[in-house]
Ligand binder design. Structure first.
Ligand code: BTN
Length: 271
């Protein structure tokens, strides 16, 4: 039994809709601390991690939603998509999972408003420069294996006119599509799960999803600063964001000509 949760069944009927592994099974909780916590709890309780591969946990409300770099992730109850995926990937594709998630979200957003989404490295999904979704990747190393947890927060019905989200203006699918009514979240979840499964299957077949992800990236060629917070300090690299490499790392050309490959950080565009 999961601690601090109460269950809903709205999205669980989607379990049989897809051939792929993501969404088998689906847990849909009304309220929890964070779907990331629930995923960890399931992994810690399991004796066989591989059985959890594909488990997808939705919540209508989180009391301690978390974002990257120890930030909080706030959401209004029942308005948005808050989801964590448990994945036991082959080592070769483990690093691609956050890329898969942000690309699946971007394609989902475009489904409701064609060609509007872009991705800010590494995995923020933006529309017209406003953040519509964030992705967080965590991992649990058990004595048996490595298990990845990918968390996605996607603003669906939240009204965001004057809101600031972690230094960005935020937006939502409802705002972008200029709908006068809330969208059916289950319809958005259906498209999202279909896109996640399609991209995950492509990775499983050894196909690259990087060109499509790179195509969506904004800011390549621009002067940037990348902050890389660690436990003790924050390292900042300044230079031109030249490109990304085959691992999805951002390649920064520093003023002295050195090319640095950055795996994680927060990018600010310099003017
Ligand atoms: C970010 O942009 O910093 C990432 C935000 C990720 C938020 C999602 S919401 C579902 C899952 N549960 C959490 O507590 N966080 C992720």
């Amino acid at each position: 039994m999961l601690a601090n949760t109460s269950e809903s069944s709205d999205f669980t009927s989607l379990e049989d809709e897809f051939q792929g592994r993501i969404g088998k099974p689906i847990l849909h909780l009304r309220n929890t601390t964070s779907t990331m916590d629930v995923a960890r709890e399931l992994i810690n309780e399991s004796n066989h991690d591989a059985d959890l591969h594909g488990t997808t946990i939705f919540a209508d409300e989180q009391t301690k939603g978390r974002g990257r770099f120890d930030r909080t992730w706030d959401s209004e109850p029942g308005k948005d998509i808050l989801v964590s995926l448990i994945l036991s990937p082959r080592t070769a594709i483990a690093g691609r999972l956050p890329i898969m998630a942000s690309l699946a979200v971007a394609i989902t957003v475009d489904h409701f408003s064609p060609d509007v989404s872009s991705i800010k490295w590494p995995n923020d999904v933006l529309v017209h420069g406003k953040k519509i979704s964030g992705v967080i990747a965590e991992s649990v190393t058990t004595d048996r294996s490595f298990v990845g947890i990918i968390g996605i927060g996607l603003n669906v019905n939240r009204r965001t006119d004057s809101e600031r989200s972690r230094g960005y203006l935020a937006t939502s699918i409802r705002d972008v599509s200029e709908s006068s009514q809330d969208l059916d979240r289950k319809a958005v979840v259906t498209v999202l799960l279909a896109n996640l499964n399609e991209l995950h299957d492509a990775l499983d077949r050894g196909e690259s999803i990087m060109p499509e992800w790179r195509e969506k990236l904004v800011g390549l060629g621009s002067p940037v600063e990348v902050s890389m917070p660690s436990e003790e300090s924050v390292e900042v690299i300044a230079g031109v964001a030249e490109d990304v490499d085959e691992f999805g790392r951002l390649l920064i050309r520093e003023p002295d000509g050195t090319l640095r490959a950055v795996a994680a950080g927060e990018v600010t565009t310099r003017t």
